[in-house]
Design a protein around this ligand. Structure first.
Ligand SMILES: *Cc1c(COP(=O)(O)O)cnc(C)c1O
Length: 217
């Protein structure tokens, strides 16, 4: 089933790329493995998905010991007291949602001589449950984060609010892209999940974060 799911996802990615005349090879599929078993992870790695996403440090740490050669990325909210452990595991942290978290990552990264790649999470929708930089405070946040020598800002990330139709995500994705274009056109954007990844591609996503569409029937 996972094999067929991945084939279908790849076809849908290609079709969406064709609509906007872009090369599907430029889009990274991050397979979100939270809650999935070692068996399932082994299977997706065998099927060529080498970038894996987790949203909890504890769970990721266990999986990292099983699959240390995969490329692990953090997509969930990161607590300051988990930063030290997270730095041992993740190549990219998608979910840097405050200057104080960035500062703690910088501090811990300095201790192990690591330059940590990060994305800044932007709260493109007003839902109170979401974390991230408000669009209007992003530029000021970026300016402060640029002072942290152990961090390399690679781009922006957002999560669209839950919706009945994929189309409803479009304004949030479009907003993230506009912010990126304004701040640094060379930055990448992480957006699009199982329910809305085709719209995300049309709005310029570089990384799709996919879970259910890969693992579930
Ligand atoms: C779980 C999760 C995903 C994947 O969600 P699906 O709807 O299963 O594709 C993507 N991003 C984040 C931040 C997640 O927590």
């Amino acid at each position: 089933m996972i094999k067929e799911n991945i084939e279908k996802v790849r076809q849908r990615v290609s079709a969406a790329c064709a609509r906007i005349n872009t090369d599907p090879a430029g889009i990274k599929l991050l397979c979100v493995t939270k809650g999935r078993s070692a068996e399932e992870i082994k299977e997706v790695i065998g099927l060529g998905l080498e970038y894996l996403g987790e949203n909890r440090v504890q769970e990721a740490a266990q999986k990292f010991t099983l699959f240390p050669r995969a490329h692990w990325e953090m997509v969930g909210h990161l607590q300051s007291n988990k930063v030290k452990e997270a730095l041992k595991i993740f190549e990219l942290i998608h979910s840097v949602d405050s200057v104080s978290l960035a500062q703690e990552i910088d501090r811990q990264a300095a201790r192990i001589n690591k330059v940590q790649e990060i994305l800044l999470e932007v709260k493109t929708s007003p839902e109170p449950s979401k974390t991230g930089f408000a669009p209007e405070e992003l530029a000021a946040g970026v300016e402060q984060i640029f002072k942290f020598k152990q961090l390399k800002v690679k781009g922006l990330m957002t999560i669209a609010p839950a919706a009945d139709q994929p189309e409803e995500a479009r304004p949030y994705f479009s907003r993230l892209r506009q912010l990126r274009d304004k701040l640094d056109p060379a930055w990448i954007i992480s957006m699009g999940m199982s329910d809305d990844f085709e719209v995300a591609i049309e709005e310029g996503a570089d990384i799709l974060r996919l879970g259910r569409v890969i693992f579930e029937p």
